[in-house]
Design a protein around this ligand. Structure first.
Ligand SMILES: Cc1cc2nc3c(=O)[nH]c(=O)nc-3n(C[C@H](O)[C@H](O)[C@H](O)COP(=O)(O)OP(=O)(O)OC[C@H]3O[C@@H](n4cnc5c(N)ncnc54)[C@H](O)[C@@H]3O)c2cc1C
Ligand code: FES
Length: 504
């Protein structure tokens, strides 16, 4: 399939859940708890604390669910690819059991809360499968099924899956679930407001002071808080060195109608390619949602060609009649694949963080909310140590060193030398280039209508050179995943400031 034949990027979830405008509301002077980010981690935390009687303000740079939580595939499962075998091996059986219990509790909390609050989010129980197409890897899946069982989960090894793929074996988790993530988030936002909290859109946090009093600085002024929760996906503050400990991996998703008899009966994931499949019903039509084609955000790859390849696979294997939606997003992994949830840095008293869900933040972000509620209310929670962002685990060191070597490659030096001198006047419509013009390194894009947009090519986070994403028409940073519009506007952090505008 030619990438030009695909629809413009737009998430199915955003498209099918219209939302009230929460922009333009005045910023309060203070709140007991200020949560930065209205994704699943931030809204769950805010809802739980509002329900516990705290005054809460959620500050969202764009709109509810505009981030990864509105661009996910929204499987609700404790089956996190191949997780429990390595987790048990690296951190022990007790850690694997704690992880399993906290994720399972998050799933059941969503089920109960959707009923209690009457949120129409299409919550539906489905089995979940992780399969391999490589006979040499079935042993790993058998060990994964056994480790997951030991961790207390409803796992079993099976020989095949009900999908048109050459599976050599699979792990089945019974009675997991799927839902519509944006409807869920909008329901949580309404519930926060019913408990007296505020959800404010269009407010970008620019920085946080911890002393003398916790204060958030935003594009619309400052507000004080007793506690501040940073749930901005990639943490926006450099203290805590998260930028050296998180690895952004981007996935593409396509969706479209399938014949009724080809509706995926369960949720599926290829353990090696990470191709992901689930169903969704819209207006009595059966859709399939297919994800995959992952790559490191900002890597110099042909994203449009990857979309086309994924669409071809979805058409041939899953039976999509046409592609009605496509979108993409990235998530970050931690060195030991366990999220960071807790105190922002070892000396933080009132600054908290939730990040690093490694593609499993639907249960992970919810588990983070449940844990942060307990931490802020000074209650015991058995998962505290497991998710502690300040845990020191020597076994994670090689992964950190490897990731940072990758990052170092993208810092200006090497790439600047490779660029040489160049001009941007000859750019063809619809194309982009990073070029050195005199002393300036320019990220230049010419629209199909011929308008030239030029911005500084150094990411405003820590200065890496951005790369063009030819499918979304954005500038993406390979170091920590910040993303920018072609006019430099921030789409996604950790950057909080736009790329420098240059004269065209
Ligand atoms: C393609 C894909 C498929 C996935 N599929 C699944 C799945 O099937 N199941 C699963 O469990 N997980 C899945 N995940 C992972 C899951 O979607 C994420 O882990 C989760 O959504 C992260 O939630 P979050 O709240 O941390 O981040 P987000 O949802 O990104 O929320 C962060 C919010 O903070 C806002 N923000 C950022 N900077 C600022 C600032 N400076 N000031 C104010 N606000 C700011 C953003 O606009 C955003 O709304 C998938 C991920 C991807 C990429
Ligand atoms: S995101 Fe960190 S340098 Fe760009």
């Amino acid at each position: 399939m030619n990438a030009d034949a695909l629809p413009r990027p737009r998430s199915l979830w955003v498209d099918t859940a219209p939302a009230p405008d929460r922009g333009g509301r005045p910023l309060p002077d203070e709140a007991e708890v200020v949560v930065l980010g209205a994704g699943i981690a931030g809204l769950t935390t805010a809802y739980l604390l509002a329900r516990a009687g705290r005054t809460v303000a959620v500050l969202e740079a764009r709109e509810v669910g505009a981030g990864v939580s509105g661009h996910t595939t929204a499987k609700l499962t404790t089956q996190h690819a191949v997780k429990y075998e390595p987790l048990e091996r690296h951190r022990g059986a007790e850690a694997a059991a704690r992880y399993a219990a906290s994720q399972a509790a998050a799933l059941e909390w969503i089920a109960d809360t959707a009923t209690e609050l009457g949120i129409d989010c299409g919550f539906a129980r489905r089995d979940s499968f992780v399969y391999t197409t490589e006979p040499g890897r079935t042993d790993l899946l058998r060990r994964e099924a056994e480790a997951a069982q030991r961790a207390g989960l409803p796992a079993s090894y099976v020989d095949d899956v009900d999908l048109d793929v050459p599976a050599a074996g699979a792990v089945r988790f019974a009675k997991q679930a799927q839902f519509h993530p944006r409807r869920w988030l909008l329901g949580l936002a309404d519930a926060i407001e019913r408990h007296g909290g505020q959800v404010l859109e269009g407010i970008r946090a620019l920085g946080v002071e911890e002393q003398p009093a916790p204060t958030v600085h935003t594009n619309r002024g400052a507000l004080r808080a007793r506690d501040i929760v940073v749930a901005t996906h990639y943490p926006i503050l450099d203290r805590g060195l998260y930028f050296a400990r998180l690895d952004p991996v981007r996935d593409l998703v396509v969706a479209g109608p399938v014949p009724g008899d080809r509706t995926p009966a369960a949720m599926y994931l290829d353990e090696r390619t990470h191709r992901s499949v689930r169903a969704f019903a819209a207006n009595a039509e059966s859709l399939a949602i297919v994800g995959g084609a992952h790559y490191r955000t900002g890597a110099r790859v042909d994203v449009a060609a990857r979309y086309a390849e994924l669409a071809d696979w979805a058409t041939a294997r899953i039976g999509l009649r046409r592609i009605t939606h496509r979108w993409s997003a990235h998530d970050m992994s931690t060195p030991d694949s366990v999220p960071f949830v807790g105190r922002y840095h070892p000396f933080a008293r009132h600054l908290w963080v939730a990040t690093g869900f490694g593609q499993w933040g639907m249960t992970g972000g919810t588990a983070a909310g449940l844990l942060l509620r307990d931490l802020l209310l000074d209650k015991e929670n058995p998962a505290t140590g497991l998710y502690d962002p300040n845990r020191f685990d020597l076994r994670s060191a090689p992964a950190v060193v490897k990731d940072n070597a990758t990052v170092a490659n993208y810092f200006a030096g090497d790439h600047l030398r490779a660029l040489g001198k160049s001009d941007v006047d000859d750019l063809a419509p619809g194309t982009a280039r990073v070029a050195r013009t005199g002393a300036t390194v320019v990220a230049a894009y010419r629209s199909p209508e011929g308008e030239l947009h030029t911005v500084g090519a150094h990411c405003t986070h820590l200065g890496c050179l951005v790369a063009f994403n030819n499918a979304e028409r954005t500038w993406d940073c390979p170091c920590h995943g910040s993303r920018f519009e072609v006019d430099g506007t921030v789409i996604q952090g950790p950057a909080t400031r736009p790329l420098r505008k240059l004269e065209s």
